[in-house]
Ligand binder design. Structure first.
Ligand code: ADP
Ligand code: MG
Length: 420
């Protein structure tokens, strides 16, 4: 058996595997199709890069975003890997022609699902010597996930036509429904290994703090801290107000960030935060996507997060470097009310709901691209309710629904409360 630990040191300079990596890599090297779910920032790329070095053929990586592709390409190039190329819409005609003519010479080939399905491209792929076919961000295959990409649905047929190369699917988010979709689309006809790791991050200490005066609590907490952090708010106004208050009290810079700022301001603030010129950011959930700042030591939720999914995403921005970090939810009696309010707002989205009325899952598949996010969210809930519209509507209109949402939320927080 190959010594993967030695390979880890040799090719990447790391001493030990992070959680989930070794299991995934061993499975691939045994020649088994593999499906791995690991939290963001835990090193999923290495799960295909390392086996790739130990196998003779080429590695194809399907990726949904040009920026994600570019990240991985430059990461590999920084490591000294030259045999790497990305095929996407940024290639001009003659470059693409050249690349396709020489594709056999590349070890790592990144490609968007759309590009893969262009006939002249796919014909070249049929002649490659693919030792590993990677589907990154595999949740894009599911209509019930948040980033559905119709062209991911063609991967099944692509794999067939490529004679079922060894396949690895990677993602950070897979609810039960999304997981099932990935399994059915990619692995229905073959055996595969599955490694699912909880979103619970070992180096984040989860805490709920009940307090009378949140600003006072923040003041006390922050005066003893000298490290970067994010404070999340449900309201833009509150984010601004608290940022200004803290700015007066604290010896370092605090800024606010939300969707009403201009694009230029948002980029500037994000950059300053990444470079530690701004120490603390008071933000709404508009902040965070694609921001990879490693040394965020704490994430505080000034208001209750609006969903479990958001809470996991937002608190998970702490401690990307693996060092001990903390997630705190500030709770004051009555805070749940903001969710009643938000729920009222969703009542106003009833037109979105009505759009769904009487439609079957099959009907709705035809709409895929034109669904708004809120419609997709509702679809997700409908599916969980077994598509029983009436039952769903009853639930939605009853007080019970509100109550259940609230206790479910609170139940989760209390479960994660480490101390007070
Ligand atoms: P993901 O795709 O899971 O979000 P990445 O593959 O982009 O994460 O990796 C995140 C970071 O972790 C990268 O900077 C990578 O170099 C680093 N990393 C990966 N594996 C290890 C390891 N075994 N030891 C230390 N750092 C690692
Ligand atoms: Mg990744």
């Amino acid at each position: 058996m190959i010594d993967t630990k030695e390979a880890l040191k040799k090719y990447f300079g790391f001493d030990s595997f992070k959680i989930g990596q070794k299991e995934t890599i061993d499975s691939i090297l045994r020649g088994a199709d593999t499906f791995t779910v690991l939290p963001t920032g835990t090193g999923k790329s290495l799960c295909y890069q390392l086996p790739s070095y130990l196998m003779s053929g080429q590695t194809v990586i399907v990726s949904p975003l040009i920026s994600l592709m570019e990240d991985q390409v430059s990461q590999l190039r920084q490591m000294g890997e030259k045999s790497v190329i990305a095929i996407n819409s940024t290639l001009d005609f003659s470059t693409k022609k050249y690349v396709l003519a020489h594709l056999k010479e590349f070890k790592f080939i990144f490609i968007s699902p759309e590009a893969l399905n262009q006939e002249e491209v796919f014909n070249v792929f049929k002649r490659l010597n693919i030792s590993l076919f990677v589907i990154d961000e595999a949740h894009c295959i599911s209509e019930w996930g948040h980033d559905f990409r119709p062209s991911y649905l063609q991967l099944k047929e692509n794999l067939n036509q490529l004679n079922q190369p060894l396949t690895l699917a990677l993602t950070a988010t897979a609810t039960e429904t999304v997981k099932k979709d990935i399994e059915q689309e990619l692995f229905a006809t073959r055996d595969f290994n599955e490694f699912i790791y909880s979103v619970n991050r070992e180096n984040i200490y989860y805490q709920v703090e009940e307090c009378e005066d949140k600003v006072e609590y923040l003041k006390q907490f922050l005066l003893t801290k000298n490290s970067p952090g994010i404070i999340y708010f449900s309201s833009k106004k509150e984010a601004e107000r608290v940022a200004m208050l803290l700015n007066e009290i604290l010896p370092y810079s605090v800024a606010f960030y939300h969707g009403d700022l201009s694009g230029a301001d948002r980029i500037k603030i994000q950059q300053q935060f990444i470079h530690d010129e701004i120490r603390i950011l008071c933000a709404t959930s508009a902040f965070g996507m694609g921001v990879n700042k490693e040394n965020i030591r704490f994430v505080i939720h000034y208001h209750l997060p609006d969903s479990l999914e958001n809470y996991v995403q937002e608190s998970g921005r702490a401690g990307r470097d693996g060092k001990q970090s903390i997630s705190i939810i500030l709770y004051q009696k009555g805070d749940e009310r903001i969710h009643y309010y938000l729920q009222d707002e969703s009542y106003h989205q009833k037109k979105d709901l009505l759009f769904l009325k009487g439609k079957t899952k099959e009907d709705l598949k035809k709409y895929d691209n034109s669904l708004t996010d809120i419609q997709k969210k509702w679809l997700n809930m409908l599916e969980k309710n077994n598509w029983n519209w009436e039952k769903f509507e009853q639930n939605l209109n009853s007080k019970q629904f509100e109550k259940r949402t609230k206790t479910q939320k609170m139940g989760f927080y209390i479960e994660n409360k480490s101390c007070r």
